[in-house]
Design a protein around this ligand. Structure first.
Ligand SMILES: [Zn+2]
Length: 171
């Protein structure tokens, strides 16, 4: 039901964008983008799977809802819910696999992603735009997303060096 609402397309969002960005969870985005590789852990809200950020044979990548973050014990890649689609995009472009996000969504065989004309065109902004119904072409909405990403980065700063990708995607 939640998915229908998220991908439904016609309802006008009733809550402000900032709240919608605050409310999105790492579990939701993690399962959307990496659902095929993640397994829920027993007696925990955490999910674990093979890390998309480095090659490995046994899973050291975790989705940690309690900390509102993902973290890899192998390569130490980390971030909150808003950073995940951007970090995946950066990583996969670096690996010259432009359509990685499309591939993982396709693997999940999501029926309700027909709104995307071409899966190959999927990018982090398009994904978040549909997820939280934002219009990233409007400077105030894009700036708000940037502000929330900076807040998220600062909240998690003790895990790493901040979100380097911000310069690439935002003015
Ligand atoms: Zn890793």
């Amino acid at each position: 039901m939640q998915q229908l609402l998220i991908f439904g397309g016609s309802e006008t969002p009733e809550i402000p964008l900032e709240l919608r960005l605050d409310q999105i969870t790492i579990t939701e985005i993690g399962l959307d983008l990496l659902g095929t590789v993640l397994k829920k852990q027993k007696n925990s809200e955490n999910y674990r799977g093979l890390c998309p950020f480095h090659e490995e044979g046994s899973p050291s990548f975790y989705i940690k809802p309690e900390k509102k973050m993902f973290f890899c014990y192998g390569c130490h890649e980390y971030g909150g819910p808003l950073a995940l689609p951007f970090k995946l995009d950066v990583e996969m472009r670096a690996m010259a696999r432009n359509t990685f996000m499309a591939q993982i969504l396709a693997q999940k065989q999501v029926q309700d992603i027909t709104y995307i004309d071409s899966l190959a065109d999927l990018d982090p902004f398009t994904y978040l735009a549909h997820k939280v119904k934002m219009d990233y072409w409007r400077p105030e909405e894009k700036n708000l997303l940037k502000k929330k990403l900076i807040e998220e980065s600062q909240r998690l700063l003790h895990f790493g060096q901040g979100y380097n990708f911000l310069q690439e995607y935002f003015d």
